[in-house]
Design a protein around this ligand. Structure first.
Ligand code: NI
Ligand code: MN
Length: 227
């Protein structure tokens, strides 16, 4: 059985049905919401980072020390990883609109509206070999082209920021849910710091209004959704 486990903030560990381990925005030991401090994690097959802010780049370099681990990302972001000592052969460049396959998992890169030091911020759509299709929006404001992702990819699970201040707030994120029309939405990037003190209940109420067929799954850090 596969699972999506929330590691707090924008960090997720996805385990495929085949047992592959994917980490997205793995800000771990420094993350106040990280639930597994000091614990060993499963070795990564694929590491994805949406942009180079510290709360997303996090422990990516450490996870990429594993023998199998590889990263796909924008060339500029991969450059940051390389400077930190990740060998070039573990890094696969791509850019917005592209899809590459690593460890049997097809990864599509999307735009995101935010800032970064190197390259531009992105989101990822993961096409797992036996399903589901998972969209991690990264840090972003709302944009209408999310509707096109729904048309193109039939998204099963959307991982969306709701914290406001640096990203979409519950109102924008609930509107994003309407555009994306996933089966399930899991809110993220909230509650980590006082500035991001949002209530997932408000988000769930707004989704109920705008996209009543979508199931809102509110996880606690460390909690998981199985597929
Ligand atoms: Ni950011
Ligand atoms: Mn962030």
């Amino acid at each position: 059985m596969g699972r999506i486990r929330w590691l707090g903030h924008a960090a997720f560990q996805i385990t495929t049905n085949e047992g592959k381990q994917i980490y997205i925005d793995p800000w771990l030991e420094g993350n106040p919401a990280y639930p597994l401090k000091g614990e060993e994690l499963e070795e990564a097959d694929l590491v994805l980072v949406t942009h180079d802010h510290f709360d997303h780049l996090g422990d990516a370099v450490r996870l990429l020390q594993g023998a199998k681990a590889r990263a796909v990302g924008q060339p500029e972001l991969l450059g940051v990883l390389e400077v930190e000592g990740v060998p070039g052969e573990k890094l696969l460049g791509m850019n917005t609109g592209g899809t590459v396959e690593v460890a049997g998992i097809a990864v599509t890169m999307t735009q995101a509206f935010h800032s970064s030091s190197k390259g531009s911020p992105v989101g990822f759509i993961l096409h797992l070999p036996a399903g589901p299709v998972i969209y991690h929006a990264g840090d972003t404001g709302l944009f209408g082209d999310m509707k096109l992702f729904a048309e193109l990819y039939n998204i099963d699970v959307a991982l969306l920021p709701i914290g406001g201040v640096y990203t979409m707030d519950p109102l924008q994120a609930a509107t994003a849910v309407k555009l994306l029309s996933p089966r399930v939405v899991i809110p993220m990037h909230y509650r980590t710091f006082p500035a991001l003190a949002q209530d997932a209940k408000r988000f769930a109420r707004l989704v109920q209004e705008k996209a009543p067929r979508v199931e809102v799954v509110v996880l606690e850090p460390g909690g998981q959704w199985e597929f």
